[in-house]
Design a protein around this ligand. Structure first.
Ligand code: AMP
Ligand code: MG
Length: 589
């Protein structure tokens, strides 16, 4: 069995970036630029007006005010798109529209609102003159030539993924076409005697071919061009013919026929066409996967077409597409970022991992109180494609793990987020644990003070075994609680308080969901049983044994050296403790 990462690495090692092609800029959305773009012009090409108003010489407006306007002679008007011919001489102004070039002599634009134009117009006054009502600084409302783009500058670098704004910049530079890495043509073949085409009636024992459409839509979504080959039957002849039809493409994706079923002959056919490997990938769904290169002789030239054989079950084929075909398509398109963005979320259901492969669990993700929550979208059979329609993420339960309990944190791959998002980080948390009397509360207070000194925003979380009364009898909020409200939230300019009635201890994840994401560090006291990173305070006088197992501890703070393989920090050295926490949990995140 190989890991997901190994399988992906093997796939990508056979995939090459495609060649560039020149095409109209509007067809390039999402593609990778294959040339550096230098500006051959200035944008804007000339100094121009940022406002409708009057182009003036700033020095002519000195001392102007509502009560004593500076009067200037209006020598003309310039609209956007035209070039002024006369010059603004001392004591004159020119009416100007936004975007119009600043006339020679002028160095500022006074907007209409700061002139007496409106009152002149309403009183049918003399428009050959204008009163300026406030002084203008040199450069006021003037957009200088080359402010956006200066001639000769490198504006877009080779390798840039073109978004609408880059396409706009290309247009502003006068490029109607761009050189981009071309989109891969991906041939798609469904296999199986049980399949009928989407527009054909179902006969007993038959099902519609859905994989072709899921895969084709995925190919389009990631920028490839799907070429649908249709359905190959479970016979050597049919599959051979179909596969040959697909060999003009840049990649071939088949679905079905890679497991050990009696009629699964895809492998036999493929083995005759090139190199093919059948992998058992340590993942669920999607264990059986085929990957190889099909050789094709076109004239004298031999072409190699990578082939990915996905499992037939609709969910398995989609999830394996996401993990392996999607990065392959992105690589062919010249993209550099392949991982789907992942977030950390509180899982809302128990999940058991029976055979300890890496589980990809379909979840629906919501954001509440600053944390993401992921809930499983019903039965997870690999044939239940509607479980994907309710999902927007895949929770990853690592291989080797027995599963997770509701309330645990899990990593979730966000299916609908673009790759460029990268990893979304959550606030780092560390808990200080220790026997009672070990001094952990004092220590925590010292740590909080130390982190505040370092300029961090710190949240502290404390567990208490006793009932706590924090609302004061007689207060409005107390009255609401007495009347039966399950939660009372008090918001004021300096504090936000939530008092929520619960019938059991909350898990650390539930607590974190209320703390919010605006902190640099959460320091907790206690929560020994939770999975958050822990530092245990050990004191000689309280006995040699530790509360937590070694593998659960990030470090111990101790007043005697212990013979264990866990980092040890000297009791009393708060700076060293803060350094350790900073280095291990907060920096380079
Ligand atoms: P296979 O990998 O060929 O053994 O197929 C596994 C399961 O996936 C079987 O139940 C197939 O009927 C189903 N299946 C295979 N191909 C498709 C397809 N193109 N569309 C929908 N279901 C499929
Ligand atoms: Mg089959």
């Amino acid at each position: 069995m190989i890991s997901v990462e190994e399988a992906l690495e093997k796939v990508l090692s056979c995939i090459e970036v495609l060649e560039p092609e020149r095409k109209p800029i509007l067809d390039c959305l999402g593609q990778v630029l294959a040339e550096d773009i230098y500006a051959t012009i200035d944008i804007p090409p000339l100094d121009n007006a940022a406002m409708d108003g009057y182009a003036v010489r700033a020095q002519d407006t000195g001392g102007a005010s509502q009560s004593s306007p500076r009067y200037l002679a209006v020598i003309g008007e310039v609209a956007a798109g035209s070039v002024p011919t006369n010059e603004v001489q001392p004591g004159t102004a020119m009416r100007i529209m936004t975007g119009a070039p600043i006339p020679r002599g002028a160095d500022a634009v006074v907007q209409f609102e700061d002139t007496d134009e409106v009152s002149r117009k309403s009183s049918k006054g003399d428009l050959s003159q204008i009163g300026i009502l406030c002084p203008a600084e040199k450069g006021l409302n003037v957009r200088p030539k080359g402010e956006d783009i200066a001639r000769g500058d490198l504006i877009l670098e080779k390798g840039t993924v073109l978004r609408p704004q880059e396409i706009g910049v290309l247009a502003s530079l006068g490029h109607s076409t761009a050189l981009v890495i071309r989109r891969p043509i991906v041939a798609i073949l469904a296999t199986g005697d049980e399949l009928v085409a989407v527009d054909e009636p179902l006969a007993p024992g038959k099902i519609h071919d859905s994989n072709t459409y899921t895969i084709a839509a995925e190919v389009s979504r990631y920028g490839g061009i799907p070429r649908i080959l249709g359905i190959g039957r479970d016979s050597v002849q049919s599959l051979t013919r179909k596969i040959n039809e697909g060999l003009d493409a840049d990649m071939l994706i088949t679905s079905g026929g890679v497991s050990r079923g009696d009629y699964d002959i895809v492998k036999d056919v493929l083995a005759q066409h090139g190199e093919i490997g059948f992998w058992t990938v340590c993942m669920k769904p999607g264990k059986p996967l085929a990957f190889g290169v099909i050789k094709k002789t076109a004239g004298e030239r031999e072409r190699k077409v990578p082939h990915l054989g996905l499992p037939g079950n609709p969910v398995s084929s989609m999830i394996t597409f996401e993990q392996f075909a999607r990065p392959a398509i992105l690589k062919m398109m010249g993209k550099k970022t392949f991982p789907k963005p992942t977030i950390h979320a509180v899982i809302e259901d128990d999940i058991t991992n029976t055979d300890e492969r890496r589980l990809f669990v379909r979840v629906s993700v919501t954001r509440r109180g600053g944390r993401y929550h992921a809930s499983v979208t019903g039965p997870q059979g690999s044939g239940i494609l509607t479980s994907m329609t309710r999902a927007d993420g895949l929770a990853i339960i690592p291989e080797g793990s027995k599963g997770v309990k509701a309330g645990d944190m899990v990593e979730v791959q966000m299916l609908d987020w673009p790759e460029e998002h990268g990893k979304i980080e959550t606030v780092p948390i560390v808990s200080i644990v220790g026997k009672s009397g070990s001094g952990k509360t004092t220590l925590l207070a010292q740590l909080i003070a130390e982190f505040k000194k370092r300029g961090y925003r710190v949240a502290a979380v404390k567990h208490s075994n006793r009932r706590v009364e924090i609302d004061q009898p007689g207060k409005d909020s107390w009255k609401f609680a007495q009347a039966g409200s399950d939660a009372v939230c008090i918001s004021s300019p300096d504090k936000l308080v939530l008092i929520e009635s619960v019938d059991r201890d909350s898990s650390i994840s539930e607590i974190l969901s209320m703390v919010g994401s605006e902190f640099d560090l959460i320091l907790a006291e206690g929560f020994r049983a939770s999975r958050i990173p822990k530092i245990e305070v050990h004191r000689k006088e309280l006995g040699r044994d530790l509360l937590c197992a070694n593998d659960q501890l990030a470090a111990i703070i101790t007043d005697e050296a212990l013979d264990i393989g866990v980092p040890q920090l000297p009791w009393g050295d708060v700076v060293a403790m803060a350094d350790f926490i900073e280095k291990s949990f907060m920096l380079n995140r």
